[in-house]
Design a binder for this molecule. Structure first.
Ligand SMILES: [Zn+2]
Length: 223
């Protein structure tokens, strides 16, 4: 964050709203309460997705404040937690060459003003010293995922995701980042398309995984 701006707009901890000292992205109390080990869950297509958090409580509030209430500062802390999980789980295989994100349709992007997964992926890329690139796009006007039932989503054909440039995907090891994993369908679709276009490997990470993920498979909403 711009240092001059931070004088006029004191930064607050994304999780408890207490004022933060210079350069901190969350307070020490909240940081100490972060889960010590990341969640690791299998996607419907068999890959794994890792996440530092379960989507509930203060984490849920921090993510909603970020996505819907313009608190973009929260992205620094959320990205930092994702990076810790990536280092923790993928440490033996950190050879991904490019970091990318789940895309948002043009319509949604205009509506929200930014792609929340992209900003987190960009901050994560900075911290991991890897390049970020938008490799996928999502067609505007495609049926919104949360309007479909789980079985429609898992079985139905979804042509809304596309690779921007096959050349940039072919033979590459990629890290794909999303904000919240609810059913794993979106990450599965994106990683399948990337592999179909020749990606050597796709590692997946998200900020949070829904509490119910893996408990039952009849969840509607999110991705
Ligand atoms: Zn705090």
């Amino acid at each position: 964050m711009n240092r001059l701006l931070s004088i006029f707009y004191p930064r607050k901890c994304p999780y408890c709203s207490k004022p933060l000292k210079y350069d901190m992205t969350e307070c020490l109390v909240c940081r100490a309460e972060f889960p010590k080990t990341p969640r690791i869950e299998a996607l419907p297509t068999g890959e794994i997705c890792i996440a530092p958090f379960t989507y509930n409580g203060a984490i849920r509030r921090a993510i909603c404040d970020y996505k819907f209430r313009g608190k973009k500062f929260n992205a620094y802390s959320l990205a930092g937690a994702v990076v810790s999980s990536i280092r923790n789980v993928y440490y033996k295989d950190m050879g991904f060459e490019v970091i990318t994100c789940v895309p948002m349709s043009k319509d949604r992007k205009i509506e929200r003003g930014f792609n929340q997964s992209e900003l987190i992926a960009r901050y994560a890329a900075e911290q991991l010293d890897k390049p970020f690139e938008n490799l996928l796009y999502r067609e505007s006007g495609a049926a919104v995922q949360h309007e479909k039932t789980y079985s429609e989503r898992i079985s139905g054909k979804d042509d809304s995701f596309h690779v921007i440039s096959q050349e940039k995907v072919e033979g590459k090891k990629l890290l794909l980042i999303d904000d919240i994993m609810t059913t794993g369908v979106t990450l599965s679709r994106c990683s399948t398309i990337l592999r179909d276009c020749g990606a050597e490997r796709v590692f997946c990470a998200s900020v949070a995984i829904s509490k119910e993920y893996g408990v039952h498979n009849n969840i509607s909403g999110g991705g």
